[in-house]
Design a binder for this molecule. Structure first.
Ligand code: TRP
Length: 328
């Protein structure tokens, strides 16, 4: 089975957009590939999170991924900072990576602009740490969003260059595995584009029924259908997208027909959407609560994940040390 590795940024809680995007594709992938997932807490240091938040953020995101269906038996899930082996590979890769190419990475340039007082070396070498995350497992595929294209290019460069310098065929070049193309883009409730944390238009997986209802009822609409069988404006089509992802086909058809014969009442539509989103979210929310109240279980899952990751990383590292000329 092909190896798949991906890192998860521990930045806040999961929302419906994450769920129907990355998370669902991870859950599907664990059935078809030899997957490993990890929480990238070292990477989060580039912006200096509060010490008291670091472990807690990792636990929350771990609980939420598990609640969504990541099965640690099929796909070990670990916390990046539990596997120190990564650091040794990070150092080796840094020795073969040029400051010119790191300086050209747009995410670096952007961050440098956002935090001009803290353009640190960790930020600069973000791509080589990411390359170490991937190459230590000799992964072939990496499910990432489009924004990770350049980091992935750097990871391939690291693999290629290492192989070239030492005349070996050791690291496979990891390929991007875009889930975003197949995944549904969940729209925001404010009628604008997609659901996103920074847009402030999210339904979170931990939201209770009342909160979800309130958010849905506030969603932007228009004057209603005026002429039969007319195309739907974006804000309304967005509402129908929720029917598409959370409701049954019959429900979708019912409201589609009401739109087409101009008898649709948005109040009814929103009520239905709220109900069906609640049905999707409720069982996940219950599992999140279960996991977050059981830190022993969470810590055990993370520890077991780290053990398996360390085994895989050490096997790679032993070879790498030997290839470079160190005692393995
Ligand atoms: N850079 C990724 C992001 O911002 C997170 C990440 C860190 C990652 N290491 C990785 C993703 C390794 C895939 C593989 O989303």
């Amino acid at each position: 089975m092909e190896k798949v590795v991906s890192g998860i940024r521990p930045t806040g809680n999961l929302h419906l957009g994450n769920y129907f995007g990355a998370v669902k594709s991870f859950v599907k992938m664990q059935e078809e590939y030899d997957c490993m997932f990890f929480i990238a807490d070292w990477h989060s240091l580039t912006t200096r999170p509060k010490p008291e938040d670091i472990q807690q953020s990792a636990r929350i995101i771990l609980a939420e991924y598990l609640a969504c269906g990541i099965d640690p038996q099929k796909a070990p899930i670990y916390v990046q900072s539990d596997v120190k082996e990564t650091l040794e590979l990070y150092l080796f890769l840094n020795m073969n990576t040029y400051i010119g190419e790191l300086g050209r990475v747009t995410t670096f340039k952007e961050k440098a602009r956002q935090q001009p007082d803290n353009v640190n070396a960790g930020l600069f070498t973000y791509p080589t740490l990411m390359a170490a995350d991937i190459l230590q497992h000799r992964a072939k595929k990496v499910p990432v969003g489009k924004d990770q294209e350049q980091n992935m290019e750097m990871a391939r460069k690291c693999a290629r260059r290492f192989n070239h310098i030492y005349g070996v065929e050791f690291f496979p070049e990891p390929q991007n595995f875009y889930f975003s193309e197949k995944a549904v883009k969940v729209p925001g409730l404010d009628g604008s584009g997609k659901m996103g944390k920074s847009e402030g238009n999210c339904i979170y997986l931990h939201d209770d029924d009342k909160t979800i209802s309130k958010k849905v009822m506030r969603a932007v609409t228009d004057m209603g259908p005026q002429t039969p069988n007319s195309p739907r404006p974006e804000v309304i089509e967005n509402l129908f997208t929720f029917l598409r992802i959370c409701s049954t086909e019959e429900t979708f058809k019912f409201f589609d027909e009401k739109w087409n014969d101009c008898t649709l009442r948005y109040g009814d539509l929103k009520k239905q959407i709220a109900e069906d989103i609640c049905k999707t979210v409720a069982p996940i929310r219950e599992r999140i609560t279960e996991y977050t109240s059981n830190t022993d279980l969470l810590d055990r899952i993370a520890r077991e994940g780290a053990e398996r990751a360390r085994e895989s990383a050490l096997a790679t590292l032993r070879e790498v040390r030997k290839i470079i000329g160190f005692r393995s």
